[in-house]
Design a protein around this ligand. Structure first.
Ligand SMILES: [Mn+2]
Length: 170
């Protein structure tokens, strides 16, 4: 199981709380950018993080590609691919990188969408939710060979109704 959060926008405590809960059990913890913290902050030890459009610190990477539980996981904020207008541009990049799972943030809304052989996942925002779900949230991803389970959680770590997904990836 790995954990994905995004768009914490200065809320350092929420990152610390999620990290404390999962650091010893998760295979990875991802943050999709717009933390507005420094890249040198100790909070990032044990967390993979990328640059968001609101991050002033230019030392965050624009994207990361990491193998987790046998899957190629791509991490980026998404603003550079205009994800607010759909996943077309991001999907070109993700397919070029041969990503199995492509994470992104920026829109502050939960998204789970399979396009071709790649799963696109936005964990929502842990600080400033927008859209239909006005809930601060993050996502837990479980991999069982071809079956991927995505469970969105609120900040009490409870599963959110309507935001539980099982996807068969082939
Ligand atoms: Mn943001």
């Amino acid at each position: 199981m790995f954990v994905v959060m995004s768009d914490s926008h200065y809320d350092r405590e929420v990152i610390a709380a999620i990290k404390d809960k999962y650091l010893s059990t998760a295979t990875a913890i991802f943050h999709c950018g717009d933390s507005e913290l420094l890249s040198s902050d100790k909070i990032w030890s044990g967390i993979q993080v990328v640059a968001g459009n609101c991050d002033d610190d230019t030392r965050f990477p624009d994207f990361l590609l990491q193998e987790v539980e046998g899957k190629r996981v791509l991490l980026t904020h998404g603003h550079q691919f205009n994800v607010g207008f759909g996943l077309d541009r991001y999907s070109y990049f993700a397919e070029e990188k041969e990503a199995d799972i492509a994470l992104f943030g920026h829109i502050h809304r939960p998204v789970v969408e399979k396009i071709n052989h790649t799963l696109y996942l936005n964990p929502g925002s842990v600080a400033q939710p927008r859209g239909d779900y006005q809930i601060k949230m993050y996502a837990c991803v479980e991999i069982n060979e071809d079956l991927i389970t995505v469970s969105y959680k609120d900040l009490n770590h409870q599963s959110i109704d309507g935001l539980q997904f099982e996807l068969l990836m082939r």
